[in-house]
Design a protein around this ligand. Structure first.
Ligand code: PLP
Length: 463
């Protein structure tokens, strides 16, 4: 099974050792390595991953949307090394450390703001995105308990949304592939229609589509008075749901509806945060501030796992009491790990010193030019962009009403075809997307576009 004479020796050896002991995430292991290649990576360098096979792969998905400034970025690497020689880890209950404090200060300073609304005021750390989502959900629920509002037990989430894979996070997710099998274990959430602009009916603008979804949200709130504690959503961009984008008008209306119904708004910016959609946070595009903001993925520049949940003073104050049970006792061993906080601080420094958001505007425009050429390809039904994310929806003859038969596995074919051309794309179903590290340059974008065009052609040749 592992015979692959074309693969150089060190790569083949690492692959064999891997498959003998590792169980990979998000993978039907049976497909390795014949249907699904397994690429052992030796090192990273900017937007490149360098394999043990001696080949370079352009990281078109920022290593699962985590990397911001490039792989092995020396300034972040150095900050981690310095911190490791000083203090690698300390319990965050009863003890404190400088990187955790400084990072909290800086996150609160850049968090989305809204006129007339009290700003986000406190930071709670966790160690991955799903855990951050659970923290936010538990906080919202617990806050109402502490007030004696015991009927407020429900969460509202959006159709096609994604918030992670632990049982709590999965309960508010709506991607059948991840959710369906575990449904019997999950807390019951209420799902509101997605504002996804791809679902606009003929003649409807993206804004009208978003407002139609907001009307449905209003109805849902009306049907459950006093029962809902929070609405959780991915502002602007539903990532795992196929890089589906929506008009910011939705978020504005959702904010108003939450306020009118006494419901907390949880913005999951785990994937959209830190400049990915063109602004530091996607909420800014709607001029809206949430009650709880979940951050992870790019928080450390893609170096170390860390999550931060930012909360308002009102939320925080709801836990101050003489009783321990009214406190938020949630804890993870590595809460606020100093190495991860140091990496995050170094990443924020790079935003300032390198003018990252401004440079991204030029890079996003360059991506748009290359994407426009691909839009003319026969099977491309939609091309959409939010800042540093461009997505291509593939359908039969470019007709939205006619998706490919999933059994054809167009996405997987495109994945392999791109890999053959030295580009890591990781389609979501039949949606191909570009989400490169921010340091991607013009020549790399050319390669990305060329490989994508060829991958689309090769993958759809079977259809
Ligand atoms: C990735 C992601 C999560 C989960 O984060 P993990 O660190 O993978 O647990 C939650 N929400 C959104 C929007 C994400 O993209």
């Amino acid at each position: 099974m592992l015979a692959d004479p074309s693969m150089p020796e060190p790569a083949r050896r690492w692959r064999e050792r891997d498959l003998a002991v590792l169980w990979h995430p998000c993978t039907q292991m049976r497909e390795h390595p014949d249907t699904l290649p397994l690429v052992p990576v030796e090192r990273g360098e900017g937007a490149w991953l360098v394999g043990y096979d001696g080949r370079r792969y352009l990281d078109g998905v920022s290593s699962w949307w985590t990397n911001l400034h490039g792989h092995a970025e020396p300034r972040i690497a150095e900050a981690i090394a310095r911190q490791a020689r000083t203090l690698e880890q300390v319990i965050l209950a009863g003890f404190s450390h400088a990187p955790a404090v400084e990072l909290a200060e800086r996150l609160l300073a850049i968090a989305p703001r809204q006129a007339g609304r009290a700003p986000l005021a406190k930071v709670f750390y966790a160690d991955n995105g799903s855990a951050g989502v659970e923290v936010a959900l538990k906080m919202a629920f617990h806050w109402f308990r502490n007030r004696g509002e015991e009927r407020r037990t429900k969460f509202v989430a959006l159709e096609n949304g994604y918030h992670g894979e632990t049982l709590g996070a999965l309960a508010v997710g709506d991607i059948p592939l991840y959710r369906r099998i575990y449904a019997p274990l999950l807390a019951q959430a209420l799902f509101a229609p997605s504002p996804d602009a791809y679902l606009a009916v003929p003649g409807e603008s993206e804004e009208q589509c978003a407002l139609r979804a907001a009307d449905a949200l209003a109805d849902l709130f009306d049907r459950h008075p006093g029962e809902i504690c929070a609405l959780i959503l991915e502002p602007r961009l539903q990532c795992a749901g196929g890089m589906r984008m929506h008009h910011p008008a939705y978020l504005r209306r959702a904010r108003e509806l939450c306020d009118a119904n006494g419901v907390f708004l949880v913005a999951d910016e785990i994937a959209t945060g830190f400049g990915r959609t063109g602004t530091m946070f996607a909420c800014e595009q709607a001029g809206v501030a949430p009650d709880l903001l979940c951050l992870s993925k790019g928080l450390t520049g893609g170096f170390l796992p860390l999550a931060a949940v930012l909360a308002t003073q009102v939320l925080y104050d709801g836990f101050l009491d003489d009783s321990r049970e009214r406190a938020f006792l949630h804890s993870h061993s590595y809460t606020g790990n100093p190495l991860a906080c140091a990496a995050a601080l170094a990443s924020l420094d790079i935003f300032a010193s390198d003018g990252v958001l401004e440079r991204n505007r030029a890079t996003a425009a360059a991506m748009a030019r290359r994407a426009a050429a691909l839009a003319r390809q026969r099977h491309v039904a939609d091309v959409r962009q939010a800042g540093m994310v461009v997505a291509f929806e593939l359908c039969r003859d470019g007709d939205r009403g006619r998706p490919f038969d999933p059994a054809l596995r167009i996405g997987l074919r495109a994945y392999r075809a791109a890999l053959d051309r030295g580009v890591l794309l990781r389609p979501l179903g039949d949606v191909l997307y570009w989400m490169p590290p921010y340091c991607v340059d013009a020549a790399q974008l050319d390669l990305l576009a060329e490989a994508t065009a060829e991958a689309i052609a090769e993958a759809t040749a079977c259809a």
